[in-house]
Design a protein around this ligand. Sequence first.
Ligand code: 13P
Length: 250
Amino acid sequence: MIYLIGNWKMAPEKSLKAVELTKASAAIAKQYKKSVTTIICPPALFLSGAQKQVKVPLLIGAQGVAASDAVAQTGLMSAAMLKDVGAQYCIVGHSEMRARGDSNTYVKEQVMRLLEKKISPILCIGEQQRDEQGWYLSEVKEQLETAFADLAPLQAKKIIIAYEPVWAIGSKATRAATPMECREMLIFIRKFLSDRYGEKVAKTIPLLYGGSADEFNAQTFITDGEAQGFLVGRVSLDPKRLALLAKAIS
Ligand code: 13P
């Protein structure tokens, strides 16, 4: 099964548009359900609206969670709240959140809060830049080591990992990663998981790619890049392109 996860980020502006987008995503999820698991991650404000529209096989996720359950956290949302509005998944560690201050330790605590509420974390990891010496591998290793530090195998199995090189994300990116760059990193991540939990557990954790993934390049990320799915930003806001992407990977 290939994962197709839409990270809507801070879009759309209107709730009506969010309902339309949810319905269109639901139709795509239904059409490709045999081979693609489709998940949408709308802004938190639209989650309960989405919950009313969403029918299996489309699943919903959130885009962030507080790292502790203390009430005095203006502007944040707890895992319990997300659960109550139907979120089964939640993105953590996205580079746009790390840029606003979420540290590896904060991400680790977010993972814990989500697992306590039986929400699957979509853990984003990725390097800022690539370098000839391979220091970028240490950057990713540190993200992995902290996030998985206290997780037992059964907890680790609930996580989805999205490798998102920061330099490949969004409209400012000059290019997507190549399938070979993706492959190298996914093997590195799989090796980390396998050393820690054994091959059997490591194999159950889906490894996705994100960063300028689209209907044109997606197929080669699967065939040559070893990706088991995608975390997409811009394409997830355009139902026509999302449908083409689903078709390409199905
Ligand atoms: P784009 O697909 O727009 O590059 O965004 C990727 C991303 O950040 C998904 O989380």
